[in-house]
Design a protein. Structure first.
Length: 104
């Protein structure tokens, strides 16, 4: 299964995303699905994270922006356990209906 068909790559250059400068920062120590490094094989990872940019049928209008906002804070944290291999798959691609998104 090609997961790149289901996930949008993370845009690390997106305005507002804090640069990952220090080597011990979480964002520098995980595999991130980007346009230059697409998802290849995930069986080597212990944890996979991804965002769902969906706020249709929600009273929390704007919550579709939450995944990138969470990444901004998450990537700034310091990694304390380098034995756990983590991959950020990106955001689940938008679908025509909320049902399709929920299914995905």
């Amino acid at each position: 299964m090609d997961l790149n068909l289901y996930f949008e790559p993370v845009e690390l250059e997106k305005p507002g995303l804090v640069p990952r400068s220090q080597k011990s920062m979480f964002g520098r120590n995980i595999m991130i699905n980007t346009a230059n490094t697409p998802i290849d094989e995930i069986s080597n990872y212990n944890v996979a994270i991804f965002g769902v940019c969906e706020d249709r049928n929600s009273q929390n209008i704007g919550s579709a922006m939450a995944p990138d906002s969470i990444r901004n804070s998450l990537y700034q944290l310091y990694r304390i356990n380098d034995k756990i291999k983590i991959i950020d798959l990106g955001n689940l691609k938008s679908t025509q209906t909320t049902g399709d998104t929920y299914f995905g």
